[in-house]
Design a protein around this ligand. Structure first.
Ligand code: ADP
Length: 484
């Protein structure tokens, strides 16, 4: 049995802005289910409604003190069962840092919020007298843990056998701060361990420190692991990542089919399986009705559920979607929120094609499930996509993904080949309007061939990206790192 400590800034269902939350929950659940000693730590954000949770204070972890330069932070640890799971989670309660109405804030103390969290996780292990074999860090928010273990906590033999793993969910977010926060983080005496060029240029980069000091670095697909070692996709860190190639691994995320399976999903109109797709039609009708769109079952319906950020590559859809809605009898349903330019594009598209298109601005889990179940096709034109979850949900729901060949999209969607009847979706090579136009056109054409379409759907629904498959790769990496 391995002792595994997982530190994450997000965890479904307590705190989620994107895929990280689902991955932290799904991976830890898998590892705990197979009998590993897993302890998960998450900040107790002000956004988490305490009244809904049976929070139990961990007696020996109340008002613990983290000494920083000239001041101290206090935290307590509370535990609560994870809904729909036999396992529990530890919340780090530090109201002065996490008692805000947002998971991520822009109040000028983001470095301290997550620096404090990193140290609280380490000190919690100390108070528990629990020596983790692995501390698994996720993204920049917890990327200082390996450095803290080599500096402020180096004296503690409890961690002498502990190995650290940093998983990069998205290299574009690195946690960059001015160098003067080094003192506040308690790292003044360890400046020699920091990245000297950065310090000279007046900054510190949390993620970079994690890449340098973690025993292994993983990212969330094999293709993304290759891409981030190139200048074009390395976000300034490609040379460092190249230098760590022997310790860098791409492991495709798993999917929590406990939440995302049309056979059991309680959030959709009717359940269905690969063998009996009748329920999918009902889901389509219910979705169209709820969105105020009218159409028969043979009208192809495309969906999107996404953060509306530059990463998601929306620009290349501007022309193809306008043309498609202008010329063809199709429906389009988009759920998302984010940057103004993309929101206003979809708002304009909706006003121009009210009978064919619906844009729901916001974040709504139930509607996300309904779109996955009720659409025929799912669009993901991402400029880059470390892994992506929605295309894997789409496969499971028999909703054919149309994707750009990048990162995890390349690893999980196999191009449809009409000759052989193999493949699971439509994959375009060039991130241009023409690329997207071609793939959407191919998908619509194939939709008109019911036998081929059924085959395509069935191929996708047979794919298995469950954590019980994907989680094994993490487990063997962890075991290898600690020689167990
Ligand atoms: P990313 O982490 O880059 O946002 P992923 O595809 O890995 O992209 O994960 C996105 C997750 O967030 C999925 O579970 C998706 O269903 C969910 N999601 C994204 N936007 C919304 C939204 N507007 N409403 C509901 N769920 C959303």
């Amino acid at each position: 049995m391995l002792r595994l400590c997982l530190a994450s800034s997000e965890f479904t269902p307590f705190a989620k802005t994107g895929g990280l939350a689902d991955v932290a929950a799904g991976l830890s659940r898998y590892l705990a289910d197979i009998g590993q000693d897993v302890r998960v730590f998450l900040p107790l954000y002000g956004t988490i409604d305490r009244r809904d949770l049976a929070l139990t204070p961990v007696e020996f972890l109340q008002n613990a003190v983290i000494p920083f330069e000239g001041r101290a932070e206090q935290f307590s640890v509370l535990t609560t069962p994870i809904p729909d799971s036999p396992h529990s989670i530890y919340f780090v309660d530090c109201p002065q840092r996490f008692g805000r109405n947002a998971i991520y804030a822009s109040d000028g103390d983001e470095h301290l919020r997550f620096g404090t969290f990193c140290r609280a996780v380490i000190q919690s292990c100390q108070h528990m007298g629990w020596a983790p074999d692995i501390i698994h860090c996720h993204d920049w928010h917890t990327a200082l843990i390996p450095l803290y273990l080599r500096s402020l906590y180096e004296w503690d033999n409890l961690f002498s056998e502990t190995r650290t793993v940093l998983t990069i969910h998205n290299l574009a977010y690195q946690g960059l701060f001015p160098a003067d926060v080094v003192t506040e983080l308690g790292l003044d005496a360890y400046r020699r361990l920091l990245w000297q060029d950065d310090l000279e240029q007046g900054r510190i980069n949390f993620l970079k420190m994690g890449i340098v000091y973690a025993d292994a670095v993983t990212t969330v697909s094999r293709t993304y692991a290759d891409e981030i070692r190139t200048e074009g996709s390395g976000c300034g860190l490609h040379e460092l990542l190249q230098s760590r190639s022997d310790h860098l691994f791409g492991i495709v995320n798993g999917v929590d089919y406990g939440q995302w399976d049309p056979a059991t999903d309680p959030l959709i109109e009717a359940n269905y399986t690969r063998e009996d797709l009748a329920g999918k039609k009902k889901c389509k009708t219910a979705l169209l009705r709820e969105m105020g769109l009218r159409a028969g079952p043979d009208v192809p319906t495309l969906g999107m559920v996404t953060r509306l950020t530059a990463q998601k590559g929306i620009e290349i859809l501007y022309e193809p979607l306008s043309e498609m809605l202008g010329a063809l009898d199709v429906r389009l349903i988009v759920l998302g929120s984010g940057e103004e330019r993309y929101e206003s594009f979809f708002t304009r598209l909706e006003s121009a094609f009210r009978a064919k298109m619906c844009f729901y601005r916001g974040f709504q889990n139930r509607l996300a499930h309904m779109i996955e179940a009720g659409c025929d096709m799912f669009l993901m034109p991402s400029r880059f996509e470390p892994c992506g979850l929605n295309q894997m949900y789409s496969l499971k729901y028999g909703t054919v993904p149309i994707v750009h060949r990048t990162g995890g999209l390349a690893d999980t969607v196999e191009p449809w080949d009409a000759e052989t009847g193999r493949g699971t979706g439509f994959v375009f090579e060039h991130h241009t309007p023409d690329g997207a136009r071609w793939a959407i056109g191919e998908a619509l054409r194939t939709f008109g061939e019911p036998t081929a379409w059924r085959q395509l759907i069935r191929n996708g629904m047979a794919m298995d990206y469950s954590w019980s498959r994907q989680g094994r790769a993490y487990l063997s990496l962890f075991a290898r790192l600690c020689d167990k």
